[in-house]
Design a protein around this ligand. Structure first.
Ligand SMILES: C[S@@+](CC[C@H](N)C(=O)[O-])C[C@H]1O[C@@H](n2cnc3c(N)ncnc32)[C@H](O)[C@@H]1O
Length: 387
């Protein structure tokens, strides 16, 4: 756990789930710069934070914890991440801030009707930013203070153009510790356009039972604009099974893997699960369009935490290997351990991954066995059996 020092006070903050081996902090220089600006530590006067404050893209709750502890608000956090929301709840609690003082909304819920201060931690995905600004624009009025923040490498001309096009005239601050602010003056007279998201496209011919079928992608989910090449490889090598069984698409993204499993085995009951609200909503739409009479359940959560021990026959998984900009295999390790717990004896975990990630070593350690089902120069599909 680390301590974020601001002009309002110091806060103990951690990511979620907390892992003592994980050295990654729960905030960065972009969050610090924004908080200093709001306090009036740069040339600008302090920001009036007594109105409705909406914070978008606050990764682990560092911004809303600092703001709520300072008495700003009412404060609303808008996040697409279940883990981010959990981190926020824990961080508020560990700093003695009433968790009820911050309203937590998901990216799929309706935003507040009127926003006086809009703070945007620029997301990695430009598409997510575009969708969010479209959804928030009706709540922004001429007097709304709009400030974005991000690392210099995350803010591009295209980022500023989005603010300009959807909200109003925009400029940037000087860079400080490789972070920059986006300062936008809302123009309520701008013509309103609907968000172009979600995006639907037809899958290519080499995707087995899914060939030519349509997939739905909400903004910001993994590979929202085209099929991932690892997923594509996985779709060509999925297990061929028959009969009633419980299958889990773990980290489902747009749900193509679980939908393929349901089409290949109509007796399978598929659970789609992801920590992204938009991913689970996408999977629900993809499954609904392609398997209208199928049975499935859709869970937002951390790994398989909603599933009982020994309750699953087959887990299909394309693990994440990025947490925001950091490369990490923590999520994959946790998913493999969780899959072992949730599988019944004889149940199987199938994983696709880049060869260089060395998942077979991890799987052998967790399961005591691991077989290569398919490989090409870039990817491997691995199978581990719960004994
Ligand atoms: C590499 S993507 C795979 C998506 C999809 N299965 C595919 O192949 O296109 C990994 C997915 O895992 C999800 N994820 C990351 N951490 C998670 C966690 N702790 N619990 C559940 N899902 C998680 C991400 O949101 C992302 O959708």
């Amino acid at each position: 756990m680390n301590r974020l020092t601001t002009s309002w006070g110091a806060y103990r903050l951690a990511r979620f789930p907390e892992d003592p081996r994980d050295t990654l902090r729960a905030w960065d220089a972009a969050d610090e710069y924004l908080l200093r600006h709001l306090h009036g530590d740069d040339d600008a006067p302090p920001t009036d934070l007594s109105g409705t404050v909406a914070v978008v893209g606050d990764r682990w709750g560092a911004l809303v914890t600092s703001l709520a502890a300072h008495g700003a608000g009412p404060v609303t956090q808008i996040s697409d991440s279940f883990l981010g929301q959990q981190a926020t709840r824990v961080n508020l609690d560990r700093n003695g801030v009433d968790p009820g003082s911050v309203r937590l909304l998901t990216a799929r819920q309706d935003p507040p009707e009127r926003i006086d201060v809009l703070l945007v931690r620029v997301p990695k995905s430009l598409a997510l930013l575009e969708d969010q600004l479209h959804r928030l624009a009706p709540a922004v009025h001429a007097g709304t203070v709009v400030v974005g923040t991000g690392m210099v490498t995350e803010i591009h001309t295209s980022t500023l153009k989005l603010f300009e096009r959807i909200l109003g005239p925009t400029r940037t601050s000087l860079a400080v510790k490789k972070a920059r602010l986006i300062l936008c003056t809302p123009d309520p007279g701008l013509p309103r356009a609907p968000s172009p998201w979600p995006l639907r496209y037809a899958l290519p011919p080499d995707t087995g039972v899914l060939a030519g079928r349509t997939v739905t992608n909400h903004a910001g989910i993994f590979c929202a604009e085209r099929l991932d090449i690892g997923t594509r490889f996985f779709l060509r090598h999925l297990p061929r099974r028959r009969g009633h069984e419980r299958v889990v698409d773990l980290g489902c993204g747009n749900g193509v893997v679980g939908t393929a499993a349901a089409l290949a085995n109509p007796e399978a009951v598929v659970t789609f699960t992801d920590e992204s609200y938009s991913a689970v909503a996408s999977a629900e739409a993809t499954f609904g369009d392609n398997v209208p009479s199928g049975t499935a359940e859709f869970l937002v959560g951390d790994g398989l935490s909603g599933l009982a021990d020994g309750s699953v026959d087959l887990v299909l998984n394309n693990p994440p290997f990025h947490s925001h900009r950091a490369t990490t295999d923590t999520a994959a390790r946790r998913m493999f351990a969780d899959a072992r717990r949730a599988l019944r004896s004889g149940g199987e975990l199938w994983v696709v991954g880049n060869r260089h990630l060395g998942y077979h070593v991890r799987l052998k350690r967790f399961f005591g066995n691991c077989e290569v089902v398919a490989s090409d120069p870039k990817f491997v599909v691995l199978r581990a059996v719960r004994r």
